[in-house]
Design a protein around this ligand. Structure first.
Ligand SMILES: Nc1ncnc2c1ncn2[C@@H]1O[C@H](COP(=O)(O)OP(=O)(O)OP(=O)(O)O)[C@@H](O)[C@H]1O
Ligand SMILES: [Mg+2]
Length: 255
């Protein structure tokens, strides 16, 4: 098969149990390059669990995950990051005691061996400059990249987390409710950022309860109900009411 016909990311038969709670059952899922796929469902439907399973934060109980056709067994998000998969978690994972710039480079600042001591200081300068450049290019307004994240609002922290993911996510972005804590204008900005990375060929999985935004932004929407995929809706072929009907399960009884 040529590379272009192989999905960027694929899940086959993913099942995840937490003790005797079946959070996911037999999930099949594909994401292509330059595609934005919405992942919707009620509270507890399994959306965050699927995101965590895809990035290696949790291990599936059963099933297989493929990146560009190759089976992967990520034992941590660090491993999936090395394959170009970036995640923004619903429960934000910014370090509150660190600055914006430090958070953006968290876990990557040590990559160049020898960058210690005096040279380390220079490296921090470069990191700050690069963080400023990234935030500016994404039109994210943060007073200073030296600000400690713990002193920022929830929305500002979310913007930093999304910026970080966009900056590093070379292939796949997994966004678990990236706009949940945001005001309308900020939420629209994040939507614009997501649309922008799509144009670069990045594949995006967007978990959101903001159904109008999902409807507008996503090429395809996968609906989860009690840990199972109940339908896939394609852009232009469904209304927001249809989506609600699938999310609540009402559509299942209409058929
Ligand atoms: N770490 C955990 N341990 C035990 N059960 C869990 C854990 N995480 C999630 N669950 C359970 O798995 C199911 C799916 O949860 P999940 O967080 O994936 O839902 P969700 O679709 O993301 O919901 P929401 O819209 O509220 O974020 C729920 O029944 C939840 O209680
Ligand atoms: Mg969730």
């Amino acid at each position: 098969m040529s590379e272009n016909t192989v999905p960027l990311l694929e899940a086959r038969g993913i099942t995840k149990a937490y003790g005797n709670v079946a959070a996911l059952t037999g999930i099949n899922f594909k994401l292509d390059r330059g595609e934005i796929v919405g992942l919707v469902g009620d509270n507890g439907a399994g959306k965050s669990t699927l995101v965590k399973t895809l990035c290696g934060a949790h291990q599936p109980t059963d099933g297989h995950i493929f990146v560009e056709g190759e089976e992967v067994h990520f034992s941590s998000p660090k491993e999936s990051r090395m394959r170009g998969i970036e995640v923004v978690y619903q429960d934000l994972a910014l370090a509150n005691e660190l600055s914006v710039a430090e958070n953006i480079f968290l876990g990557r600042e040590m990559k160049q061996p020898g960058f210690l001591g005096v040279i380390g200081t220079m490296n921090r300068k470069a990191m700050r400059a690069s963080a400023v450049e990234t935030l500016e290019s994404l039109a994210i307004e943060i007073k200073s990249v030296e600000t400690r994240c713990g002193t920022m609002s929830g929305g500002q922290r979310q913007a930093v987390a999304v910026a970080r993911a966009i900056m590093w996510g070379s292939k796949v972005l997994l966004l678990d409710e990236p706009t949940a804590a945001l005001a309308v204008a900020e939420s629209d900005k994040i939507a614009g950022l997501v649309a922008g990375v799509k144009d670069k060929g990045v594949g995006v999985i967007l978990v959101s309860h903001n159904l109008p935004q999902v409807h507008e932004l996503c090429d395809r929407v996968v609906v989860l109900l009690r840990g199972r995929v109940v339908t896939e809706l394609r852009r232009g072929e469904y209304s927001i009411d249809d989506m609600v009907s699938w999310i609540t399960g009402a559509a299942l009884h209409k058929r």
